[in-house]
Ligand binder design. Structure first.
Ligand code: SF4
Ligand code: SF4
Length: 258
């Protein structure tokens, strides 16, 4: 009798949206459970955080002292570690606090900020342990997760789909919102994977899938300036869901580009 590969889904600082990509698989998730043993996935039921597994999917960023120790244990217990989503892969929205006075915010929000043991910065998983593959998106899609899992179960490295959202627009014959509506679409610098959902519904892309390959940020900044955006507004466009992604941090250094 062959044993099934074991997988785990771990959560750190996040909204749970990427775990929902698993749960929303519905009947496919039931089918998946015939192919793999789900050893730990608290949101779905199984709880065994110290289980040794073949593949660990990790959601969320590292923002608390205990997270630093827990991610080391997850890594030690996992043959392969895959990050799922913007928080785990590029810090997420919460990494915006790295650019602000975090202690000042704590003092403004909590009556006793000394009770809050938050780290000075929040960081992606790769800043702490080796990551074998990263899935981008806020949130990831079930299709991404299944495609990566299928590849890994077959001993193949998943395809790193890092071409631009604009290519999805072309493939789906979506009319370009940047060209026809003059809105500040980030599709030219954002990796595909979502099927250009936002432009297909007539709105601009706000880069939730993170930086694409060979992005030309200076050219897009000039285009956005032409649309009337001030430098600070352009910075904010780059620094949102993937605020700790090095390519977007560099793109937001407006003094180097304007
Ligand atoms: S709508 Fe945005 S993503 Fe689509 S082609 Fe235009 S610039 Fe690119
Ligand atoms: S079009 Fe852009 S903002 Fe919309 S889901 Fe895709 S990557 Fe995210």
């Amino acid at each position: 009798m062959t044993t099934k590969p074991r997988i785990a889904v771990h959560k750190f600082a996040s909204c749970d949206g990427c775990q929902l990509a698993f749960l929303n698989l519905g009947e496919t998730l039931l089918e998946l459970s015939t192919l793999v043993d789900i050893a730990h996935f608290a949101e779905a039921g199984p709880v065994s955080p110290a289980a040794k597994v073949d593949i660990a999917f990790v959601e969320g960023s590292i923002g608390m002292p205990e997270d630093c120790e827990r991610i080391q244990r997850v890594r030690a217990n996992s043959r392969l570690l895959v990050t799922i989503g913007a928080c785990a892969t590029a810090g997420g929205l919460q990494s915006l606090r790295n650019l602000a006075d975090g202690q000042g915010w704590l003092a403004a929000v909590y009556a006793r900020p000394d009770y809050i043991a938050a780290l000075a910065t929040t960081t992606p998983i790769s800043a702490h342990v080796k990551v074998d593959f990263e899935l981008w998106g806020c949130p990831v899609s079930g299709r991404q997760v299944l495609t990566a899992l299928r590849a890994l179960l077959n001993g193949v490295r998943p395809l790193d789909d890092n071409e631009k959202v604009c290519m999805d627009c072309k493939r789906s014959q979506t009319v370009c919102t940047l060209v026809t509506k003059g809105v500040a679409c980030l599709g030219p610098v954002t990796r595909s994977g979502c099927g250009a959902i936002c432009p297909r519904f007539g709105r601009d892309c706000y880069a939730c899938y993170g930086p694409a390959e060979n992005m030309n940020a200076p050219a897009l900044r000039r285009r956005f300036t032409g649309l009337g955006l001030l430098p600070e507004a352009i910075d904010r466009r780059f620094l949102s869901f993937n605020a700790a992604a090095p390519a977007f941090v560099a793109a937001a250094r407006k003094d180097e580009h304007d």
